[in-house]
Design a binder for this molecule. Structure first.
Ligand code: DLL
Length: 433
């Protein structure tokens, strides 16, 4: 089993918690240097902390707090110590900006290096980073980690799909990093160009930045004949490198020496028992420029509660696949559902191609749910009985999963819009007049 930092990755729980308490105290003390936290922490005495969960006496920090304190309101260091700024990819409201010192970049790169090595990728791999560089953290985050590991990096960024494929071929790429929706699109283009995705030298893929189902992971693994690993992070917590799957693929290890995790009820903020699904709340433990205390991520997941016994030997807690953001929840005919539930069903059908869209409309004052599904070309050979049967099967499976009956619309591949970054899966016109 390869490790980047075996000592810290396998630290026994009591030592890990001891380290967390120490770092939590340091972080709270550091936070007092920021305009925002100075006021917030008036009634907190961190010297009394004896357990990591003592964090719960501190108020939550929200995205709105970050927006209200734009630009430097949460920064704890003089401006000249800041070496990098990133921004969250949110499309609504004011951008949230994050700052890093040189040491922050170093710590982040170390965390990403652990993730990369944990999947079996190594120095001799050729790594194509097929994700946006710039203010988005996906590109530079993985880049710095991969450079630490010593991989040959092709910083190809996103887009220009034919060129991506050419680079993969010419330079024998063995590992890629991409959003799951974009790497599926790349495989469509390969097939369109008469190429077999299995015949490249690829062996490992890192996918993340958007919700995707287990079925989608398997789809990518089958199409490329590679091993695919889920990667979770967000700009406010550095970016990628917060949690990542190891070779066991039974949840993502969240690096607890740098992130203190709580799972709370998204409505009440109350702590949930281990194993219950709720909103992830994270405190950074090793950030200098802009530490965050009890940050409400808005992401829904659960802790995998099997006594932190991952057979890879790492003791850092594992979280489940992210179901979606709390605000991704759709209420259709009074039923709560997440787009990822529909994706999970669709990807079980081998006839279904790589793209789909969920349309919500109001028809005669009632909610109507349509799932537009691209099928592989072989399904359009005039056999209408086969298409009808598939429609019935998909409708029933989705209804069984979400308790709402959808209307299914079949489309040829390439009909639906493609995004090179995070996929936009839902079109909801119900609020429009
Ligand atoms: O998406 C950081 C990242 C880049 C992660 C590359 C992984 C790979 P933001 O743009 O700030 O940062 O978006 C963060 O994306 O709160 C989740 O809702 C979602 N997200 C990220 N990773 C996953 C994942 C980057 N593996 C937001 N599964 C987060 C599901 C994910 N959702």
């Amino acid at each position: 089993m390869p490790f980047w930092n075996k000592k810290i990755e396998t630290l026994p729980r009591d030592e890990l918690e001891e380290l967390q308490v120490k770092r939590l105290k340091d972080t709270v003390a550091r936070c007092r240097k920021s305009r925002f936290y100075r006021k917030r922490l008036k009634d907190v005495d961190e010297s009394l902390f004896t357990s990591p969960m003592d964090v719960s006496i501190i108020p939550f920090t929200t995205k709105d707090d970050l927006r209200a304190n734009y630009d430097f309101g949460l920064v704890t260091v003089p401006k000249e110590e800041i070496v990098r700024m990133h921004s969250s990819s949110g499309t609504t409201g004011k951008a949230t900006v994050i700052f890093h010192t040189r040491k922050d970049i170093e710590t982040w790169s170390e965390l990403v290096a652990r993730c990369i090595v944990m999947t079996g990728a190594c120095k001799t791999d050729v790594f194509q980073n097929i994700i946006s560089y710039g203010m988005f953290t996906g590109g530079l985050g993985l880049h710095y980690g991969a450079e630490k590991v010593g991989m040959l990096i092709i910083p190809s960024g996103v887009g220009n799909t034919k060129r991506q494929i050419q680079l993969m071929k010419d330079f024998n790429t063995t590992v890629f990093h991409a959003t799951p929706s974009y790497i599926l699109y790349v495989s469509d283009v390969m097939v369109h160009e008469g190429l077999d995705p299995k015949e490249f030298d690829l062996r490992i893929g890192f996918v993340g930045a958007e919700p995707h189902s287990e079925q989608t992971r398997q789809r990518i693994e089958d199409i490329y004949d590679i091993s695919v690993f889920n990667s979770y992070g967000m700009s406010e917590l550095n970016g990628p490198g917060v949690a990542f799957e190891c070779e066991e693929k039974s949840g993502m290890h969240l690096w607890e020496d740098s992130y203190l995790l709580e799972v709370v009820d998204p409505n009440t903020g109350e702590a949930l028992a281990p194993g219950e699904e709720g909103e992830l709340v994270v405190t950074t433990l090793s950030r200098e420029a802009m530490p965050l205390l009890r940050y409400r991520t808005g992401d829904l997941a659960r802790i995998i509660d099997d006594g932190d016994k991952c057979s890879c030997g790492r003791r850092h807690v594992r979280i489940s696949r992210i179901k979606g953001r709390c605000d991704d929840m759709l209420i259709v005919k009074g039923v709560n559902l997440y787009p990822s539930q529909i994706e999970d069903v669709l990807m079980r059908f081998p006839e279904v191609a790589t793209n789909y869209q969920i349309i919500l409309e109001r028809v005669s004052s009632l909610d109507s749910l349509t799932v537009r599904v691209e099928l592989y070309p072989k399904m359009f050979n005039g056999d209408l009985r086969k298409l009808k049967k598939l429609e019935v099967d998909i409708t029933k499976s989705i209804q069984d999963e979400i308790a709402v009956r959808p209307r299914i619309e079949f489309l040829e591949p390439g009909s639906l819009p493609r995004s090179e970054g995070k996929a936009v899966r839902v079109v909801d016109t119900r609020g429009e007049i």
